[in-house]
Design a protein around this ligand. Structure first.
Ligand SMILES: Nc1ncnc2c1ncn2[C@@H]1O[C@H](COP(=O)(O)OP(=O)(O)O)[C@@H](O)[C@H]1O
Ligand SMILES: [Mg+2]
Length: 232
């Protein structure tokens, strides 16, 4: 099994306008392997999105070691990091972040404009395949603002997965959905991740969502701890 992410004593701090330092993440240790399904639960403001941004190469640690596919991130320059992120990481967000003026198909094709060769030329076909996989091939021409929240999140999942990323990062993916729709969407995300042997890291405050994952952690005031069982 391949190690995608390895974090040792990772911290992230910011300096506030009054010159006080805010320690958002404190000494995070975490390993993510290919095929893993990991959930991180924690209250609002505990540092979940800050951690996800580090895992997805959107940000770098203040201190500690973060290796992405065996390379310490501080040794990867900004442009190389962006390319690596594009080819390796798929993001799913709470608010879907779709382009409202464009069709579902256009939205799903967008990441493929940054792909090379065959995937670039086959972008329409690949995007249609992903739309079909999330059950929305028939809505390819529709715009997201005409769709339900659950449908929009399925479009966002198709977009996140169309480049076959090895790592899928989902930040509160069910946060804007009702419970039942949320469970359908999570089950879909889980099965597509499994099919493609991608690692899925889901950040959530929903214990039902966390219960689907195979390894679970709790983030509390910037400290990450493994949890054996999720309380009912
Ligand atoms: N760039 C920043 N500047 C100042 N404070 C920040 C910054 N980023 C995050 N924070 C603060 O750090 C804490 C954790 O933020 P975040 O990671 O977004 O939490 P979560 O996603 O768990 O709700 C919050 O109190 C937030 O206001
Ligand atoms: Mg957040």
């Amino acid at each position: 099994m391949e190690t995608l992410l390895s974090l040792r004593g990772v911290t992230r701090s910011v300096v506030l306008p009054d010159d006080q330092e805010l320690h958002i993440l404190r000494g995070i240790d975490l390993e993510v392997f290919s095929g893993d399904h990991t959930a991180i639960v924690g209250r609002s403001g505990c540092g979940k999105s800050t951690l996800l941004n580090l895992l997805g190469l959107l940000d770098v640690p203040s201190s500690g070691e973060l290796e992405f596919l065996g390379t310490p991130v501080q040794h990867i320059g900004g442009n190389a990091r962006a390319r690596l992120r594009g080819s390796t990481v798929g993001f799913v967000f709470q608010q879907f972040n779709l382009l409202q003026g464009r069709s579902a198909l256009d939205n799903v094709m967008t990441p493929l404009y940054y792909a090379k060769g065959r995937d670039f030329w086959r972008r329409r076909e690949l995007a249609m395949e992903m739309l079909d996989r999330v059950g929305l091939a028939a809505r390819a021409g529709a715009k997201p603002n005409m769709m339900s929240g659950g449908e929009q999140q399925r479009i966002a999942i198709a977009r996140a997965l169309v480049r076959r990323p090895r790592l899928i990062l989902a930040d509160e993916p069910t946060g804007a959905l009702d419970v039942e729709t949320g469970q359908t969407v999570m089950a879909l995300l889980d099965s597509i991740a499994t099919e493609s042997a991608a690692a899925l890291v889901t950040i959530t405050h929903d214990h039902n969502v966390a219960a689907l994952a195979r390894s679970r952690y709790r983030l509390d005031a910037g400290v990450l701890q493994a949890v054996a069982e999720v309380p009912a």
